[in-house]
Write a protein that binds this ligand. Structure first.
Ligand code: PLP
Length: 388
């Protein structure tokens, strides 16, 4: 579904569907400034726009970040990289997830930068680029303790000294990923960073150099300055959230995404009547129940059933009964005058109240990442431009 681009000073058009996610590009710009506050001026930013920029729309987010001076992007897969190229993004794009031999030709044709994490893969890639005039840039991923993609630290130098990096391939980046950057105890991250630094030192001592050295996600940007190296990879901070335990002031981030729907119907239930599948909510008083046209197929998780709330009339309305595929019911008994068509805010502000993706994450026993990424293609995205 194509994004609609609106400027924030225009009223929303009348033909909009009831459920809309607005992406506020001014908030994105603000959050980028906050990220930069933690970094030395020389540190490069690889903006993480995988999973459609955590549900915000990778193309529009990347375009905006380019206008703001970001020059590099990270995605999870070949498809995400190709989609960005097709949207006209020409900046370097790093494929941070697994890349398979049958995908090498496409990745190369689109000038996407693979992350390499094993010897066979490096051999296959080197073979795929052997007819090119210039060496093809890749980033080498070291597993320093995440237990996910990566080469063992002791495998990096021999790989760099292999024939593959003396012609077909060029090591443009060296990276690792921290397992517990948002944990309360820094010890594991410190140990991972020491392991990573010793790989960097080995490479330098062998007389080799790699321009982009990166380890830090948002939490490490905030909590582990020794992990900033020559580049960082922020994701969630750009979208207005962080998970890091901070003993100093939190960064002042602004949620970029707002999720709003409208009341479809208001029903009156007598005591003893029930709401939704399996009758998990039974009215104990005469109740007014508002039906909202969003459910788990739109990314509003079923685990919100009988947990959590939305904002209607500037007040919290509790979710009652099971969240269905396309509908959610909320109790508006104590909110006078609620009618079909009234706005219901699922993520965002209404009056003095606010619900964030972090609140939804608590109710759903998950993290804001999952809440944001879940908001599906069923939900129309509206982009609020930055003021000119
Ligand atoms: C390899 C890698 N780097 C960076 C990030 C960005 O992390 P965050 O959104 O916590 O900043 C991710 C996200 O999961 C990732 O997988």
């Amino acid at each position: 579904m194509a994004d609609r681009i609106l400027t924030s000073n225009l009223p929303l058009p009348a033909d909009l569907p009831p459920t809309v996610a607005s992406v506020d590009l001014s908030a994105l710009a603000h959050n980028l400034l906050q990220v930069r506050r933690y970094l030395p001026k020389t540190c490069d930013i690889i903006a993480v726009v995988k999973a459609d920029a955590y549900g915000h729309g990778a193309a529009v987010v990347s375009r905006t970040l380019i206008e703001l001076g970001v020059t590099r992007f990270g995605v999870a897969s070949l498809q995400e990289g190709v989609a960005l190229r097709e949207a006209g993004i020409r900046a370097p794009i790093l494929i941070m997830g697994a890349l398979f031999p049958n995908q090498f030709p496409d990745a190369i044709a689109h000038e996407l930068t693979p992350v390499v994490y094993d010897l066979d893969m490096v051999g296959g890639l080197a073979n795929s680029v052997k007819t090119r005039r210039e060496p093809y840039g890749v980033h080498i991923k070291v597993d320093t303790g995440m237990g996910r993609l990566g080469l063992a630290p002791e495998g990096v130098l021999p790989l760099l000294q292999s024939a593959h990096f003396k012609g077909p391939l060029r090591a443009e980046g060296l990276m690792t990923h921290l397992a517990d950057a948002d944990g309360t105890d820094p010890a594991y991250s410190t140990a991972q960073l020491l392991r990573f630094r010793s790989v960097v030192t080995q490479i330098e001592e062998a007389g080799l150099s790699i321009p982009l050295v990166h380890a830090a996600n948002s939490a490490a940007i905030l909590c582990h300055p020794s992990g900033h190296f020559t580049a960082v990879r922020p994701g969630i901070m750009l979208y207005g959230y962080h998970q890091a335990p901070l003993d100093r002031a939190s960064p002042e981030l602004r949620p970029v995404l707002t999720l709003v729907t409208r009341v479809g119907q208001v029903r009156t239930l007598a005591p003893g009547e029930s709401v939704s599948y399996n009758r998990t909510h039974i009215a104990t008083r005469v109740s007014r129940i508002a039906v909202l046209p969003i459910g788990y197929a739109g990314g509003y998780g079923r685990s919100l059933s009988n947990r959590g709330a939305v904002l209607i009339g500037g007040r919290q309305a509790r979710i009652v009964g099971r969240v269905c595929m396309d509908m959610t019911m909320v109790d508006v008994t104590d909110i006078p005058g609620v009618r079909p068509g009234d706005e219901a805010v699922l993520i965002g502000r209404q009056g003095s109240q606010q619900i964030t993706a972090a609140d939804l994450a608590v109710w759903q026993d998950t993290i804001p990442y999952e809440v944001l990424c879940a908001i599906g293609t069923r939900v129309t995205r509206i982009v609020r431009q930055r003021p000119a």
